[in-house]
Ligand binder design. Structure first.
Ligand code: COM
Length: 527
């Protein structure tokens, strides 16, 4: 369908996307403006976050990009199966957690377990996800003026030629952003009914799980597991590595980790670390019934379950890159790129979940933009080796920079100053101290202080620079975006500068006011 001259509103887009998704024979959606035989500056193969932001930037710079995507919407897996549902479920987990702890207290009703349903949350997401899809298509066409072909698989012919929707397009550059899919480890039984990953959870779940075994110890395992548990679905995580000590996470402070993982256990989750899943077993009818696990002790146990959730990371979709373009891949199966997002094949770039580094939105979008700006003649490098990070349990957990242990290694133990809540005092009865008492955890601070979060600032006492920040609570993610920028500037951020900022009391993180309490000391001290 040629949609160039059609200006659909969001409702119309929603209908088009829904009917395209439900009809395998639906037509491609072709938004080509001008001469389609002319050379494009770049074809973005994949219109996920990297493709959408990259092509928007290129267009804004005066270039001519084209996006091609197999889905009938832009935005990729984020609004469809990944970040958006994860955030919806994590917010539900936070609310459910509060309702459980305060059941029949204050103004909270008695918690009604029967109303906490995974299936219902999945349905809520499915009923609403179309609006994000519609918005991405509308904005990209009407506001960003980017050409695209959706609902059409791209066939890469060579490094300047791509076919889609029965047409052939030529470009000076290709940008590969075909995303990734969940990894299925080599464990027998993963094809049974009742085995899901984050994709199939939203696409095919059709019953209410009551007992869950999660295979893997990734962020996804912790986030979805916390949600399942909060709904009342008893959840066990089977992880080879200790949680938050997996290779994919860096700069995880040990005190923060213990608060987070301890908090998951406090909420009833079973966490088996150093454990290996052996097989997923059925009940004779093809439905999952147990998981056989070898524990850290070597003992083999059978875990009863009606729901297995696989959370072992993701693998990029590199078939065409490998087979047609001979692109070099790393040992982890990801496309190798330099800091300009260039692959080994001149004129071919790779972005987003195709490349190494965190599977996070900032990397997806900025890698797409980096490719665009280099194609448009800038010499721009994007180094994503340092970044702020986060995950959800029933809390929002956020961190940036060095851990306390890393800072002690780097600067010498005696030169590291810690400012934290609860305070840095040996022997203080901190579980009963209502600190931190911060936005998002006020009710906990006044009534269940051990649940009111944890926060730590790590400072180089010699240079007075903040080198790390760690937070468990709610609402601090925004602050960490800016803290990341400030502490990684060449001049860094000193305790004196931080302590002179204007706090918006009672701020989710207390770093400004706590820094001010110590900044007057010529020789800094813990707090
Ligand atoms: C976000 C998708 S859900 S995108 O980054 O705006 O394209």
């Amino acid at each position: 369908m040629d949609i160039r001259d059609q200006h659909f509103n969001l409702g119309e887009w929603n209908n088009i996307i829904e009917s395209s998704l439900s009809d395998p024979d639906s037509e491609p959606l072709v938004n080509i403006v001008g001469d389609e035989d002319a050379l494009y500056d770049a074809i973005y193969v994949g219109g996920g976050a990297g493709g959408r932001f990259g092509s928007a930037y290129m267009k804004a710079m005066g270039g001519r990009p084209l996006i091609i995507d197999a889905w009938p919407f832009l935005g990729g897996s984020c609004p469809h199966q990944a970040c958006v549902p994860h955030h919806l479920f994590s917010e539900a987990a936070e609310e459910l957690d509060r309702m459980r702890w305060f059941s029949d207290e204050l103004f909270f009703p008695k918690f009604d377990q029967s109303r906490a349903s995974i299936l219902e949350m999945v349905k809520l997401f499915l009923a609403g996800r179309g609006s994000a899809h519609a918005f991405m298509n509308w904005q990209t066409k009407e506001q960003l003026d980017v050409e695209y072909i959706l609902n059409a698989r791209a066939t890469i012919i060579d490094k300047t030629t791509v076919q889609a929707a029965g047409r052939t397009f030529k470009a000076k550059n290709l940008v590969l952003g075909m995303g990734a899919r969940p990894i299925n480890p080599e464990i027998p039984g993963l094809d049974l009914r009742g085995v899901h990953d984050f994709v199939s959870l939203v696409e095919t779940l059709d019953y209410e799980p009551t007992k869950c075994v999660i295979i893997g110890g990734s962020k996804v395992a912790m986030e979805y597991g916390s949600f399942f548990q909060a709904t009342g679905c008893d959840t066990t995580i089977v992880s080879r590595s200790p949680l938050m000590r997996t290779k994919s996470l860096h700069h995880v402070d040990e005190d923060l980790r213990q608060y987070v993982v301890g908090g998951m256990r406090k909420r009833g989750m079973e966490i088996l670390e150093g454990a290996h899943p052996i097989s997923v077993n059925d009940d004779g009818s093809g439905r999952v019934q147990t998981v056989t696990v070898r524990l850290a002790t070597g003992e083999e146990v059978e875990l009863d379950t009606d729901f297995v959730f696989v959370a072992c990371g993701e693998l990029p979709n590199t078939t065409q890159a490998r087979e047609v373009l001979d692109i070099d891949l790393s040992e982890t199966g990801r496309v190798i790129v330099n800091k300009r997002m260039q692959t080994n094949v001149p004129g071919v770039y790779a972005i987003g979940d195709m490349i190494d580094g965190p599977m996070e939105m900032f990397k997806a979008r900025k890698s797409g933009v980096t490719a665009a700006r280099n194609i448009m003649g800038e010499d721009l490098e994007f180094d994503y080796s340092e970044f702020p990070d986060f995950l959800h349990t029933t809390y929002e957990v956020t961190w940036v920079g060095l851990t306390e242990a890393e800072a002690r290694d780097e600067y010498g133990s005696e030169n590291v100053i810690i400012i934290q809540m609860p305070p840095y005092v040996e022997g203080l009865d901190t579980p009963n101290l209502p600190l931190p008492c911060a936005e998002g955890t006020m009710l906990y601070a006044f009534s269940k202080p051990e649940l009111s979060g944890y926060q730590k600032l790590v400072i180089n006492g010699e240079t007075r620079k903040v080198v790390g920040a760690h937070h468990v609570g709610y609402g601090a993610k925004d602050a960490f975006q800016y803290l990341d920028y400030l502490i990684h500037r060449p001049d860094g951020l000193t305790i004196d500068e931080l302590g002179w900022m204007n706090e918006l009391f009672l701020n989710p993180e207390h770093f400004v006011q706590l820094s001010r309490l110590r900044a007057g000391n010529a020789k800094l001290r813990h707090l």
